[in-house]
Write a protein that binds this ligand. Sequence first.
Ligand code: HEC
Length: 217
Amino acid sequence: MSRSRSFALAFATLLAASAPAAAQLLPLGRAAMPAEIAAWDIDVRPDGQGLPAGKGSVKDGERLFLEQCAACHGEFGEGAGRWPPVAGGRGSLKSENPEKTPGSYWPFASTIFDYVRRAMPFGNAQSLGPDDVYAITAFLLFMTDVVGEDFVLSNANFASVKLPNADGFRDDDRETAEKQFWGREPCMKDCKTEVKVLGHARALDVTPGEKKGPKVD
Ligand code: HEC
């Protein structure tokens, strides 16, 4: 049997067997230790599942933000130089220059907590303790006008925080809404009983008119 065929067979056996059985079949690796799994398992879900115990105030968050984040994200979260802003942008999503921040765009406070804990400060990720991440998240919520300056965020009250754009997302409904396109014989003719023209490219002014716009040789 060629090497690649025997490898393919071994791989197929590995796929077919359940994980612990596969570990016995092939003398490779070892089961992950609980501490290793815990180190990876740091995701926080929108309902607060996965949050560590702890708390932090807006005031402590402001101090930490100025020390560890403001050099890149600006003192008020407005973004220094070309680093991304983390505050502001409310109501800008429908404008020509939408600014996507946790306050204007993100649906859940858990994303702020999870992202900051996982990835920030940039270059020194996962150096913050749980209380620090609660405090910084509280400060970001304050800068986004979601909580007041005396607010203390904790694992106990986390689920009560609602971000401004929480209702701006909906489930992907293509499985039902576009079902007619995915059959063996997709509809190619008269698929809709009525066709409504909702807009014209010209009305959106995406093409420069003849009179305006730069002249190109
Ligand atoms: C050295 C510069 C730097 C520092 C310091 C820094 N960040 Fe960031 N931050 C970044 C960069 C770069 C990104 C974008 C990363 C990407 O998109 O992959 C980012 C993204 C973010 C975002 C997501 C923004 C968005 O809308 O996508 C948040 C929230 C954030 N940082 C919070 C923090 C916090 C809180 C701290 C302090 C604990 C911090 N950052 C420190 C550079 C920095």
